[in-house]
Design a protein around this ligand. Structure first.
Ligand SMILES: C[S@@+](CC[C@H](N)C(=O)[O-])C[C@H]1O[C@@H](n2cnc3c(N)ncnc32)[C@H](O)[C@@H]1O
Length: 174
């Protein structure tokens, strides 16, 4: 593997591209990911933040080994995003959202793929978003229901692969 974007991720390349494009388009500098695995999608967030001049990523997972792997991979590819900081929290979600700051600009939800769980996460995340921000969720197609949760919150669905949902927050919702 020659660069960070080649690290394995269960998120499809077209969705990872959309995540990078969204962060770059809006010049975001503060991001979080719920459900990191080994950090495959974190690499894409980090590369995009670096394009904006740097920033911070908060990573939450309930398996410490996954966060250790994520941090190790982050160090391995550090030279590709020297101005991006990573903070990890080992915590069950949605509780772990309470550990996050209140100025989030981009959040990628990819932990427990269950509609009620994602709905609970959205309820906790929306008040934590900065004045303008984006919340993305993976696996909107299967299991059924996560896509509906996003659409009912004003989101847009992209149906390639397992599906990606995006909610654009234009003003504080708390
Ligand atoms: C699908 S993987 C994430 C893949 C990663 N986003 C990527 O694209 O490379 C899901 C991760 O969520 C974590 N997870 C699942 N349920 C969770 C929960 N209730 N609380 C916190 N983490 C959870 C798992 O430990 C796993 O690392």
């Amino acid at each position: 593997m020659s660069n960070a974007l080649e690290l394995y991720s269960s998120t499809e390349p077209e969705h990872l591209n959309k995540i990078r494009e969204t962060i770059a388009l809006h010049k975001y500098t503060v991001a979080a990911e719920l459900g990191t695995h080994i950090g495959g999608s974190i690499m894409h967030i980090a590369v995009a933040l670096q394009m904006n001049g740097g920033g911070r990523i908060y990573a939450v997972d309930n398996v410490q080994k996954m966060l250790d792997e994520t941090a190790k991979n982050f160090r391995t590819f550090r030279k590709e995003f020297p101005d991006v900081a990573l903070t990890t929290y080992c915590s069950d979600l949605p509780f772990g959202i309470s550990l996050l700051p209140n100025d989030l600009q981009f959040v990628f939800i990819d932990d427990f793929h269950n509609a009620e769980h994602v709905s609970n996460e959205l309820g906790l995340l929306l008040p934590k978003m900065a004045a303008a921000g984006t919340i993305a969720v993976h696996d909107t197609k299967n299991p059924v229901g996560i896509g509906d949760v996003f659409v009912s919150n004003g989101g847009t669905l992209f149906n390639e692969g397992h599906g990606l949902g995006i909610i654009q927050v234009e003003e504080p919702l708390s």
